[in-house]
Ligand binder design. Structure first.
Ligand code: ASP
Ligand code: MG
Length: 424
């Protein structure tokens, strides 16, 4: 029996009407039995929804920004559908529902749950528009609400998957449809046991593709991107990049751990466990091979550069002339865990602990509030964390040119620096 194939299209691939048309072309040439198409929010919609939440938090009027986001979707629809198509009232309807959500009260304590209820609209809109367009093009597909498939716990914004229940749901609900039609569903979103919307963390649609693949023991996953595949540095930020034709799961996982944004960090593990190959291909050049991530690759090790922006360096200095002990480390890590903050880099010195974290709303304030009695806390914002895997002298010195280094760490295979541009 043929196994399922999963395609994932991210925001950049459906950012405008041309993108949606291109998606249809890619599918038309690759239609097969048992195909799932995972789609995330169009263009920068998720950021726009986050901004609406920001307006709401600051008690600013969100209606203008909400109608800008509605126009963006409607304009795309105008290029894709005849005037009287039912997608228009559908989109209008979603914005009525979104605005209703945004009328409800918000506070820092219910923020995460509120966030998920609002942020899911991006994926719901995108999948409806794409599904209707494909059907209009006579590529008949079935729309499925991912919240009926991906069951999670209730850690809103960073929900953990219940693999057993998710697998059962996917097999029961998807397999009968897949025998007849491709399925279009949303990335990134799920639901907890009570049916409340949850999300898997920003850029989580790749992970959705992997969850579905693992649940159905798929033949492969293909992530369609605006880059030719996985390169040894982000081509939008660095020149002279090289494409990996293939990578091993563990090499790809290591790259995502340090912040390579080409695939979501959680994507690799479920695929590696079942040896399901992952292809990263360009939606702009669909015939090109891209990168294949699988178990045994012959890829050689070249310096690979990963840059994380918007980093905060926080240092905790003990107050009482003692040295750093394990209990101090525990204390800091306990708080980080409670705030769901991941440490991107850690350095322990005689009297201080330094950590590097992503900048996130409220989190730094809360961290400082909870630990300022025990430590003298200092921080620097707007920094970059640069990681070089398989570094050599030349790459390191090139990356330090023009930058001030605030913290450095290196092992045989990894070099990391927290840096900011030198003021000239
Ligand atoms: N739309 C979500 C985000 O931008 C999920 C995704 O793109 O994968 O974070
Ligand atoms: Mg997105």
């Amino acid at each position: 029996m043929a196994k399922t194939v999963i395609f994932k299209f991210g925001g950049a691939s459906v950012k405008d009407a041309a993108g949606v048309k291109n998606l249809a072309d890619i599918l038309r040439n690759r239609l097969r039995k048992k195909l799932i198409i995972v789609i995330s929010a169009m263009g920068k919609t998720t950021n726009a929804l986050e901004n609406l939440l920001g307006d709401k938090l600051r008690n600013k009027d969100f209606s203008l920004n909400s109608s800008i986001l509605k126009s963006y979707h409607l304009e795309i629809c105008k290029e894709l559908f005849p005037e009287n198509h039912l997608i228009f009232p559908k989109v209008e309807n979603y914005f009525v529902l979104l605005n209703q959500e945004l009328q409800k009260p918000i506070s820092p304590t219910n923020y995460d749950e509120y966030y998920d209820r609002v942020i899911c609209f991006g994926e719901l809109l995108a999948t409806h528009i794409v599904m209707e367009y494909l059907c209009l093009q006579e590529i008949l597909v079935v729309w499925k609400d991912a919240r009926e498939l991906i069951q999670t716990d209730s850690s809103f914004r960073f929900a953990k998957v219940d693999w057993v229940k998710t697998k059962k749901r996917c097999q029961a609900q998807l397999l009968p449809i897949l025998d007849q039609y491709p399925v279009v569903t949303q990335g990134f979103i799920g639901a907890d046991q009570k049916g409340r919307t949850t999300t898997l963390g920003r850029e989580g649609s790749d992970f959705t593709a992997a969850i579905l693949a693992a649940s159905l023991d798929a033949a492969s996953v293909t992530i369609w991107k605006d880059v030719p595949g996985i390169l040894n540095a982000d081509p939008k930020k660095f020149s002279d990049t090289q494409l990996f034709e293939e990578l091993e799961y563990k090499q790809a996982a290591e790259m995502t751990y340090y912040g390579a944004s080409v695939i979501h960090p959680k994507t690799i593990k479920p695929l590696a466990n079942l040896k399901i190959p992952l292809f990263v291909k360009s939606f702009l050049d669909p015939e090109a091979a891209g990168t294949k991530i699988h178990e045994n690759s012959k890829a050689h090790q070249i310096p690979t550069i990963i840059l994380k922006e918007n980093q905060v360096l926080v240092s905790f200095k003990v107050k009482d002339f003692t040295f750093i002990e394990e209990s101090h480390i525990h204390q800091v890590y306990d708080q980080l865990q409670q705030l769901k903050l991941r440490v991107n880099m850690l350095q322990i010195a005689a009297i201080s602990i330094s950590i590097v974290i992503d900048s996130q709303l409220f989190k730094l304030e809360n961290l400082i509030k909870s630990l300022h009695n025990s430590f003298e806390i200092r921080y620097n914002e707007n920094l970059q964390l640069l990681t070089i895997l398989h570094p050599n002298e030349k790459t390191i010195s090139a990356q330090l040119e023009g930058f001030e280094s605030l913290l450095e760490q290196s092992t045989r295979n990894t070099y990391q620096v927290v840096r900011r541009p030198k003021l000239s």
